[in-house]
Write a protein that binds this ligand. Structure first.
Ligand code: NAD
Length: 495
């Protein structure tokens, strides 16, 4: 398909990436073993449409073997001191750092993301392991004390046991790191199922750290969510299941987990509002949306994808935003300064294009972008949609692509009410120079992270997670260690 305006074209790298692939097999008990099935999943480079390699389409039996390995390893791993577990996490961080380019190339080839995004992902993954290594050692519980006559209470923080982890495709290694680091740091063993579309960097990590992590502590099973993910969720020897993914998948995981009454950790979708007040620095807000709305091609759960701007500055802001977005560069990994890459897969590309068709049918204005860009590769133009009335489908549906919508509001109360009118509660931002507003508005926004005059800045030390339909798990920070631990009260009778 060709664009009518051809404002955007795909910059293509001179040479195609030559990634180093992981071994073929399931990583169980510290080594790659054959799957019980001969079926495979093709792994595609979405920026070129070339098939990169294949991975096993795992089975229930593969999951059962991996869970058995994690069960066998759990007592010895839980018995290690925080210092010893921390040493392993630091070695994982060092291994990723020593192989940084390999991971960046493999991630970019599997996802079509620009090199700058892949570099940021790998740096953040390294930092996550280093933070968890320190946090696991610094973590402590209440000191022992007396709360009943002649009785002394002690609180122990224990590992939960075996944790099942299910990751998405948008930040494959980073989302795995966000789980592996605190899960292992808190003394659990785990079985991880990467997205069937993007398993390569997670498998590569397993290959490279196999000698550093005791066998059975970390296991990886590739394959479809409805088979491998579902088995992890229902398995009676899995004590907690954590998923980062869509709301629908989170609901299925929680339903499957109910049978064994296991704990569930949900990091689900988002539709982050960006509330721009009349007193805001409009240029800064427009630049903020350029970076936070289009990072990773908008395939980002906290993306700044829904602007609510005060009616008195809406025209000026929209003009600035459209100018910013018109300048975005699109390209393949390795193509110089490309800001956004391809969509992750053909089905997702078609979903985003269908959403753009619906936007046209709804009579909204596409101020810039709105179409596919000529292939090969699943590229879509950076898009700004204006003339969006309250309650339009685009204000609540997660498109998960390079599409930002702009609505207007009249009063602060209206802005807050409308920003909160979504099933999601992951992230939001407020843009204002008014100090009173900057203190009151974030308290009224129903989202797990609220930025003021910023958006999508993530700190490893601070918790990340949602409210409402976005789930209730917390990643990053020592809150993640809490989520992957259980507390036990032991009371001693001194009478
Ligand atoms: P997805 O829900 O399609 O898949 C996520 C994972 O769940 C995959 O590994 C998939 O195989 C698995 N899965 C699918 N069905 C399953 C089932 N029945 N049982 C168990 N597992 C199952 O999501 P995606 O398309 O890979 O990722 C995009 C979604 O992830 C978006 O909604 C995005 O907002 C969300 N996300 C959230 C965060 C966060 O921190 N909250 C971060 C990244 C992505």
């Amino acid at each position: 398909m060709t664009t009518e305006t051809a404002l955007f074209t795909v910059r293509r790298a001179d040479a195609s990436l030559t990634p180093s692939f992981p071994p073929f097999g399931q990583f169980i008990g510290g080594t790659f073993v054959p799957s019980t099935s001969t079926s495979t999943v093709e792994i595609v480079n979405p920026a070129t449409e070339e098939v990169l390699t294949q991975v096993p389409a795992g089975t229930v039996e593969d999951v059962d073997a991996a869970v058995a390995a994690a069960v066998a390893a759990k007592d010895a791993w839980a018995a290690k001191t925080p210092r010893d577990r921390s040493a392993v996490l630091l070695k994982i961080a060092d291994t990723i750092e020593a192989n940084r380019e390999l991971f960046e190339t493999l991630e970019a080839a599997n996802t079509g993301k620009p090199s700058a995004v892949a570099e940021d992902d790998i740096s953040s993954a390294i930092d996550t392991f280093r933070f968890s290594a320190g946090a696991a050692r610094a973590y402590s519980t209440l000191g022992a004390d007396d709360y009943a006559e002649n009785h002394t209470s002690v609180i122990h923080r224990e590992p939960v046991g075996v944790v099942g982890v299910i990751t998405p495709w948008n930040y494959p290694l980073l989302m795995a790191a966000w789980k592996i680091a605190p899960v292992l740091g808190a003394g659990n063993t785990l079985v991880l199922k990467p997205s069937e579309q993007t398993p390569l960097t997670t498998l590569k990590l397993a290959e490279l750290i196999a000698g550093e992590v005791p066998s059975g502590v970390l296991n990886i099973v590739t394959g479809p969510g409805r088979v491998v993910g579902n088995r992890l969720s229902e398995h009676h020897d899995v004590d907690l299941v954590a998923i980062t993914g869509s709301v629908g998948s989170g609901q299925k995981v929680a339903a499957a987990a109910a049978g064994s009454v296991k704990r569930v950790h949900l990091e689900l979708g988002g539709k982050a509002p960006v509330v721009v007040f009349a007193d805001a620095d409009l240029e800064a807000a427009a630049k903020g949306v350029r970076s936070a709305g289009f990072w990773n091609g908008g395939q980002e759960c906290g993306a700044a994808c829904r602007v609510l701007v005060h009616e008195s500055v809406a025209d000026k802001f929209t003009e600035l935003l459209v100018r910013e977005i018109s300048e975005i560069t699109v390209g393949t990994p390795g193509a110089g300064d490309a800001e956004i890459g391809s969509m992750i897969s053909k089905p997702h590309y078609e979903r985003v294009l269908a959403a753009l068709d619906d936007i046209r049918k709804d009579g909204l204005t596409i101020a810039v972008g709105g179409r596919a860009i000529e292939g090969p590769g699943y590229f879509i133009e950076p898009t700004v949609v204006t003339n969006v009335p309250a309650g339009a489908a685009i204000t609540s549906n997660e498109i998960f692509g390079p599409v930002v919508s702009v609505e207007t509001f009249s009063t602060d109360e209206e802005a807050i009410t409308r920003a909160n009118e979504t099933i999601y509660g992951l992230a939001a931002s407020a843009w204002t120079k008014d100090s009173a507003r900057s203190l009151t508005v974030p308290r009224k926004l129903d989202f797990g992270t609220v930025w003021v005059n910023s958006h999508l800045v993530i700190a490893t030390e601070m918790p990340w997670g949602g409210f409402k339909g976005s789930g209730y798990g917390r990643d990053l920070s020592s809150y993640a260690l809490d989520d992957f631990s259980r507390t036990k009260h032991v009371m001693y009778n001194r009478g």
